[in-house]
Design a protein around this ligand. Structure first.
Ligand code: PLP
Length: 394
């Protein structure tokens, strides 16, 4: 079949919730993807911040194949070895206490919300609590996660949302503080806002939220589904601020392509959920958690976070040159390998032009060109990206 025939068939049979770019991907290798016509793309999107290790990593592939030959799924009615190994690695990496594995990011948020609500239910002896979330946030598409997503456009057709959600301004501590009541059970925020336009949190803001949560017995939930797993130069972005959340949500790069997410809880809430409160048929299944376990091993072995810290200053320098050289690029924002360029021309035009020229980049918000490459990129890959981007911005 030709690429066009595949695309026609896709539109015939898949629910049209995406206006997809007009390429049909066949395979990946390292930091490159190839379409069905054999055209090569330098991938600075990584399946939306997922494929941290790069494509076709032999050790990762072999570990998954070995697990497939043992057992793929068992349900959570029984213990399974990969889940136990992965749980220890996730808990140790976050500095928290216990983990619950999910199948996606949005489910990790659902679980985190339920855990915070359950904690407050025990604390107060009743339900009906409030959550403070941020404007321009993104936490997922299921109804609980959608309710804390500060984007009216995503919510509107699906109301009413769950009750008791209030929205504050990101990086404005007073706006958060003014929303706290004795019913507040959680404050949820991305440590670095992704979909909303690549906004890093100020140190004062994150530390201030930590303090507000401590003073008022509120659960601090950091959503690191996109910015976690080494992308900002620390395993988790909250480490930049010297704080720990009460719950962190993780997904995207956690399994590097196998669908898996997690919410990880500290001392305060890790025993709040009890048998019967929460569950999942697939979550933490042996295939998914073998992926998680292997990802943590390979992060160490291949010095992934070290690579981010080594190459990111070069990436930032080269992107700053673009801001200087192009009138339609007004700013750069981001940390590590999570970078955004603010454009005054339509982002979609540049994304399409880049694809034509063999580079995959994506958008964030309405005016930001987003780069979330595999964490294995080299300085040479940065040079290659910059060359194509310069051709695509005009
Ligand atoms: C992608 C994302 C989610 C949702 O994850 P899914 O796996 O798509 O459900 C939630 N929060 C943030 C910050 C994300 O970037």
């Amino acid at each position: 079949m030709t690429a066009q025939e595949y695309m026609d068939k896709a539109e015939q049979f898949l629910v049209h919730t995406y206006n997809r770019f007009k390429i049909v991907i066949e395979k990946g290798d390292g930091v490159y993807l190839y379409d069905v016509n054999g055209k090569k793309y330098l991938d600075f999107a990584a399946g939306i911040a997922v494929f941290a290790l790069g494509y076709n990593n032999k050790k990762y592939n072999d570990a998954l194949k070995a697990q497939i030959d043992k057992v793929i799924h068992t349900s959570n009615l029984y213990y399974n070895v990969p889940a136990i190994e992965a749980a220890q690695k996730v808990v140790e990496a976050t500095g928290l206490k216990k983990v619950f594995f999910t199948n996606s990011g949005t489910e990790a948020i659902e679980g985190a919300i339920k855990m915070a609500k359950r904690y407050a239910y025990d604390r107060d002896g009743h339900a009906n609590h409030e959550i403070i979330a941020m404007n321009h946030s993104f936490h997922g598409r299921t109804l609980g996660a959608l309710a804390v997503t500060g984007n009216a456009h995503y919510q509107e057709p699906f109301g009413p949302m769950i009750d008791g959600i209030k929205f504050a301004e990101y990086n404005n501590l007073e706006s958060v503080e003014s929303l706290i009541t004795d019913k507040t059970c959680a404050i949820v925020l991305e440590t670095l806002q992704g979909e909303g336009g690549i906004y890093p949190a100020d140190e004062e803001f994150i530390k201030g939220i930590r303090k507000l949560c401590d003073e008022n017995d509120i659960i601090m939930i950091c959503d690191e589904i996109q910015c976690g797993m080494g992308r900002t130069g620390k395993m988790f972005a909250y480490e930049h601020y010297g704080i720990k959340p009460d719950i962190v949500t993780v997904a995207k790069a956690l399994g590097c392509g196998v669908p898996v997410g997690a919410f990880v809880a500290g001392e305060k809430t890790c025993n709040s959920l009890v048998p019967g409160d929460h569950g999942t048929t697939y979550g933490g299944n042996p295939l998914a958690t073998a992926a998680v376990s292997t990802v943590f091993d390979l992060f160490k072995e291949e010095k992934i976070v070290e690579n981010v810290n080594e190459v990111a200053p070069y990436l930032e320098e080269k992107l700053d040159e673009i801001v200087k050289d192009f009138d339609n690029v007004t700013a750069r924002r981001g940390k590590g390998f999570m970078q955004g360029l603010v454009l005054t021309t339509p982002v979609g035009d540049t994304v399409n032009k880049a694809i034509e020229n063999g580079l995959l980049v994506i958008s964030a918000g309405s005016d930001v060109l987003r780069m979330v490459p595999p964490l294995t990129i080299t300085k040479e890959n940065v040079d290659e990206m910059i060359e194509i981007l310069r051709k695509s911005l005009v």
